[in-house]
Structure formats: structure tokens, C-alpha cells
Design a binder for this molecule. Structure first.
Ligand SMILES: *[C@@H]1O[C@H](CO)[C@@H](O)[C@H](O)[C@H]1NC(C)=O
Ligand SMILES: *[C@@H]1O[C@H](CO)[C@@H](O)[C@H](O)[C@H]1NC(C)=O
Ligand SMILES: *[C@@H]1O[C@H](CO)[C@@H](O)[C@H](O)[C@H]1NC(C)=O
Length: 386
């Protein structure tokens, strides 16, 4: 009797379990659909560092018709308070980022004159949303935009248009290079008014250093802030800023993986720039999936053209992305950097390189031998968190 009852309840239990399982399957299949239907908001932070391919990855998001994108809005914070350290400015930067995610652009009142146009915003023309309708009537909403054309036509609209435009989008994407500690972002991750996701974009420190050397002057004020020099510009010939950057990558990666609190689950994604240039479409599809965005045919064509286009030479401007063979560009440091410098960078960035799968070289010969692959395949450095 007892046995019968037990079996009976077991059967009922199994049925229930099956039902729950089917329900889960069903809701999983339907989640993406209902997501796009009611346009659940996504707030995506591309967390990176200077010269790490973040302008490129930023563009990948900016050009998507569901995305309102701003590139480094916290530049305004740093420029207004350049005598402070990165650490002191963390909170103001976080507050600004939060406000922008919520499309509250009044936060810029603290850093700009009240009477201002769209063009007052740092790198505004990298934002397709600010270059197309409804922000700018000269281009239609899903046009692929270019900075130059946008700058000549779209900069004179009153600043209010930024907030109005932002409010029409489901996805707000911000690229920032001014966070050096993931814990600073915890309050945003637990904030019920936000649905924050973080793409942590890293790049081989030697490639970063090479690129930084080419834009030394443009970076010198920011470098001073990183090293707390009270407003003095720094050229980083000893790679102290590089050291800080590498330290922050370790901190962010470790905090998000081995030590991750539960609220970080499904909200953190590590991306290596080298993987993006190696197989752009695969990586972009994964990033879009993470951000709940769909890849359109138009975007796919555009991505192909910017990653396979003709080289348009060595652009001097610090923040331009151009059509060029991106995969080749990521190896350029091997022919350009003197081995002595490579050794210094490998020394200050040892931990980060080891963690992220970048192999050191022991000689100038190995450095220049492009048949040696110095980037470990993705699988070998990724852990069970993926
Ligand atoms: C903003 O643009 C208008 C033209 O629409 C121009 O008259 C004005 O001077 C601009 N203001 C600023 C602060 O650039
Ligand atoms: C920082 O610079 C300002 C202006 O140059 C100066 O007044 C101040 O005393 C400096 N502070 C420190 C701690 O050196
Ligand atoms: C890539 O770089 C290598 C070495 O710098 C060069 O020989 C090759 O022609 C380049 N390929 C393209 C497609 O630019």
C-alpha cells in the first residue's frame, strides 16, 4: 500500500517535472521573440582601455539600428577635473554613465555650458543614432553613417535632441576606458532600473603599447590622471600607465570570473580584440547574442567591407577607424616595436598576458617571426564560466 502510494506520487512527481521541463524549454524558445517584441531595455557597457580596438567594437554596436551609442562620455568628467586621479573620479564617471544609460542627459550640465549643440559631445559623430533620424534629418534611421558626412550635416541641432533620440532606443551602449575596478560598477549591476551587461574588451598589451606610442600626445593628459600627477601630462615612456591598465584587466577579469557575485551571472563577457579581427563575424554574432541584438544582412555586408577593405594608410588621427585589413594591423607591433621595449611591456604586463593567453617572446628573432602565433586559441584560456 505504502509502496503503491509512493510509486503513485513518484509518477505524479515525474509528470510535474516533465511539465516544468517543457515549460522551461518553451519559454526559452520564446524568450528572444518576446524580448524583441516588447523591446526590453539593454544597457551595455564596453569596458576597455585606450587603443584596444574599442572604437572598432563600438562602431559594431553604434551602427546597429536598435542601438543608441556614445563613445567615452566620461571624457567630459576627466577633462573638467583633470587634476584628480582616476580613482577619485570613479564615482563621478559611474554617475554619468548611469545617467546616460537612463537617457538623462542633464548630467552633462555639470561639464558643459547650458547653451550647446549636439556637437558639444565628445566624439558625437561616431554615434549613428546622433547622425540619423530622429536626431538628424539628413540620414535615415538605418543608414550606415560615416563621421565625416555626419559632422558636416548634423552637429548644429540643439543638445535636447540627444535625450529625445536616446529615448527612442531599446539598447543603450556606452564605450568607456575610465574604469579600473569592476567593483565600482556593482551598484549599477544591482540597480533595478538598469539591465546592465558588460563586454570587457582586451588586447595584446604589446599591440596596445605600440598604438599608444603613436598617439602619445593625445593620451598624455589621461595618462597623468591614471598616475595621479595632479594635472601634469605624462608620456609613459616607462610603461607605468600600461602597468596600471594591465593590473586593471586582471582585477576586472578575476572579479568577474573566479570571485563573481551572483548578480554578475550572464552579465559579463570577455572579448579579445585579436579574436575579433581573426573571425569578425563569429565574434560579432556572439557579442550581439549577448546583447540581445539581431545581425541584419546590411550590417553583415558592412562588417565584411570594413574588415577586408583596402588599407587607407596609417591614419594619424587618434580616434579614426578606417577600412583596412584589421587582422594584419593586430600584428604590426612585431615589426615596429624594439625588442627592448617589448621586454619591458612583457615584464609589467606579465600577469595579464598570462591570464588572457598572450605568449611572451624571448628574442627579437622570435618577435619578428610571424609564423609563431603569440595568441593562444580562445579555448585554451577560457574557463568553465563560458
Ligand atoms: C548651435 O547651432 C546654431 C545653429 O543651429 C548656431 O547658431 C549656434 O551658434 C550654435 N551654438 C553653439 C554653442 O555652438
Ligand atoms: C596641484 O596643482 C594645483 C595647480 O597647479 C596646485 O594649486 C596644487 O597645490 C597642486 N596640488 C598638489 C597636491 O600638488
Ligand atoms: C599583411 O602583413 C604582411 C607582413 O607585414 C604582408 O606581407 C602582407 O602582404 C599583408 N597582407 C595584407 C593583405 O595586407
Amino acid at each position: 500500500m505504502f509502496r503503491m502510494r509512493f510509486n503513485g506520487s513518484l509518477a505524479v512527481g515525474l509528470l510535474l517535472l516533465q511539465a516544468v521541463f517543457l515549460l522551461v524549454l518553451y519559454s526559452r524558445q520564446n524568450m528572444p521573440l518576446s524580448r524583441t517584441e516588447d523591446k526590453e531595455k539593454v544597457h551595455l557597457l564596453i569596458l576597455s582601455s585606450w587603443r584596444s580596438g574599442s572604437s572598432f567594437v563600438g562602431q559594431i554596436f553604434s551602427q546597429h539600428p536598435d542601438v543608441f551609442y556614445l563613445m567615452e562620455p566620461a571624457w567630459h568628467v576627466w577633462m573638467s577635473m583633470f587634476q584628480n586621479s582616476a580613482k577619485v573620479l570613479h564615482m563621478a564617471v559611474r554617475d554619468l554613465v548611469r545617467s546616460v544609460f537612463l537617457c538623462d542627459m542633464s548630467v552633462f550640465d555639470a561639464y558643459m555650458p547650458r547653451e550647446r549643440n549636439v556637437s558639444a559631445l565628445f566624439q558625437w559623430a561616431t554615434s549613428r543614432a546622433l547622425c540619423t533620424a530622429p536626431a538628424c534629418k539628413f540620414f535615415s534611421h538605418d543608414d550606415i553613417t560615416n563621421e565625416k558626412a555626419c559632422k558636416t550635416l548634423c552637429g548644429k541641432y540643439p543638445f535636447d535632441i540627444v535625450e529625445q533620440s536616446c529615448n527612442t532606443y531599446s539598447h543603450i551602449v556606452i564605450k568607456e576606458v575610465r574604469f579600473f575596478d569592476l567593483k565600482v560598477l556593482y551598484p549599477l549591476l544591482t540597480d533595478p532600473s538598469l539591465n546592465l551587461k558588460i563586454i570587457h574588451l582586451v588586447r595584446d598589451p604589446r599591440a596596445v603599447a605600440k598604438s599608444r606610442e603613436q598617439s602619445k600626445k593625445a593620451l598624455s593628459r589621461d595618462s597623468g590622471i591614471v598616475l595621479s600627477t595632479n594635472g601634469t601630462r605624462v608620456d609613459d615612456s616607462q610603461f607605468q600607465v600600461m602597468q596600471e591598465i594591465c593590473r586593471s584587466h586582471i582585477q576586472i577579469f578575476e572579479t568577474a570570473t573566479f570571485k563573481a557575485p551572483s548578480f554578475l551571472k550572464d552579465r559579463y563577457m570577455l572579448v579579445r580584440y585579436e579574436d575579433v579581427v581573426q573571425d569578425p563575424l563569429r565574434e560579432i554574432q556572439e557579442m550581439y547574442k549577448f546583447a540581445h541584438l539581431k545581425l541584419t544582412g546590411k550590417l553583415e555586408k558592412w562588417i565584411y567591407s570594413i574588415t577586408h577593405g583596402e588599407s587607407s594608410g596609417n591614419k594619424k588621427e587618434a580616434f579614426v577607424i578606417t577600412s583596412r585589413n584589421a587582422a594584419n594591423v593586430s600584428q604590426a607591433w612585431r615589426n615596429v616595436l624594439p625588442f627592448e621595449k617589448v621586454k619591458m611591456i612583457q615584464e609589467v604586463c606579465k600577469g595579464a598576458m598570462n591570464m588572457l593567453g598572450y605568449l611572451p617572446v624571448d628574442s627579437a628573432t622570435d618577435q619578428k617571426d610571424l609564423s609563431l602565433d603569440l595568441v593562444l586559441p580562445r579555448k585554451q584560456y577560457q574557463f568553465s564560466w563560458v
